[in-house]
Design a protein around this ligand. Structure first.
Ligand SMILES: O=C1O[C@H](COP(=O)(O)O)[C@@H](O)[C@H](O)[C@H]1O
Length: 292
């Protein structure tokens, strides 16, 4: 895979038009996390220059959390008006509040608690996915999160923001879509099996309707999770897939291009192939993950 960015529009799964896709390759996981953190903070700043609030979806996983930790260490943190930012999650392990394996716990330790304590992020703007401390099952958690998302859903019947917003045409209608906020950046990690969020190859969650789904039998522990669906993921203005390590290379190549026998990847085999944003999709990889 070349390191050169590709800008050919990537058709959305199901053939729908989607925005541009870029693949950016970094020398190692440390530089990848540093660059992804700077890119995230800069993107929030750019969006804040034309609208508020800004909605960002966080991911768990090694690169996802490392990116948040690097963002916390960045001087750019002080440039963002965090009072106008909302943080969401793409998926959560169905574990008690404060469990060290929860994506939320790791994100709070890496960045989120520091933003609340020292940078004006309102605690109520942090929208964690419910776990067994507050609901009885992953399905109840999914239902509760869908209701929370709907509270902030964008009214897509109104014209899109003015042309001054980067990448938007004045007067264009926001396409109708699921009852979720207009996520400005939706971060996703990718597992060695090509899973994104908690949507695993061959798993029934891949075809879930609605915006959230309760997951059972996850091949990666813990078995129970809550996840956004692809409908919710694809409603995002930008989807960023961040992945590092040689163990991701095969699935990254399959998701981005074709399988070894030249067949375009199917989302059921490579869920990451379905990670497409409405305006732009970024694949931020290290050299090892891009090696195929
Ligand atoms: O379990 C999960 O795994 C994926 C990928 O994690 P990684 O360590 O292989 O990057 C992560 O994106 C997801 O949020 C998490 O729940």
């Amino acid at each position: 895979m070349s390191g050169a960015p590709g800008t050919a529009p990537a058709p959305g799964p199901g053939g729908g038009a989607a925005g541009e896709r870029l693949v950016v390759v970094h020398p190692d996981p440390g530089v990848l996390a540093e660059a992804a953190a700077a890119r995230l903070l800069t993107r929030i700043l750019d969006v804040q220059s034309v609208r508020s609030p800004v909605h960002v979806v966080l991911t768990g996983g090694t690169v996802g959390i490392r990116t948040l930790a690097r963002a916390a260490a960045s001087p750019l943190v002080a440039a963002v008006d965090w009072s106008g930012v909302h943080l969401w999650w793409g998926d959560e392990r169905f574990l008690p509040d404060g469990d060290p394996d929860r994506n939320e716990t790791q994100a709070r330790e890496a960045l989120v608690d520091a933003l609340i304590a020292g940078h004006g992020l309102p605690a109520e703007n942090v929208h964690a996915m419910p776990g067994p401390s507050s609901v009885g099952s992953p399905e109840e958690g999914a239902e509760a999160y869908a209701a929370e998302l709907a509270r902030f859903a964008v009214d897509r019947g109104v014209p899109a923001p003015a042309a001054s917003e980067p990448g938007r045409d004045a007067g264009a209608q926001e396409p109708a879509g699921p009852a979720v906020p207009a996520f400005d950046v939706l971060l996703l990690g990718m597992g060695p099996d090509g899973h994104v969020a908690s949507l695993f190859p061959g798993h029934e969650g891949l075809g879930a309707t609605g915006v959230t789904v309760g997951v059972h039998g996850s091949p990666k522990p813990p078995p129970e999770r809550v996840s956004l669906t692809f409908d919710a993921i694809r409603a995002a203005r930008e989807v960023w897939v961040v992945a590092a390590g040689a163990e991701k290379a095969d699935r990254a190549a399959a998701a981005l291009g074709t399988t070894t026998d030249g067949v375009p990847a199917a989302v059921t085999d490579v869920p990451a192939a379905g990670a497409v944003g409405r305006g732009r999709t970024l694949w931020l990889l290290d050299a090892a993950a891009a090696s195929r």
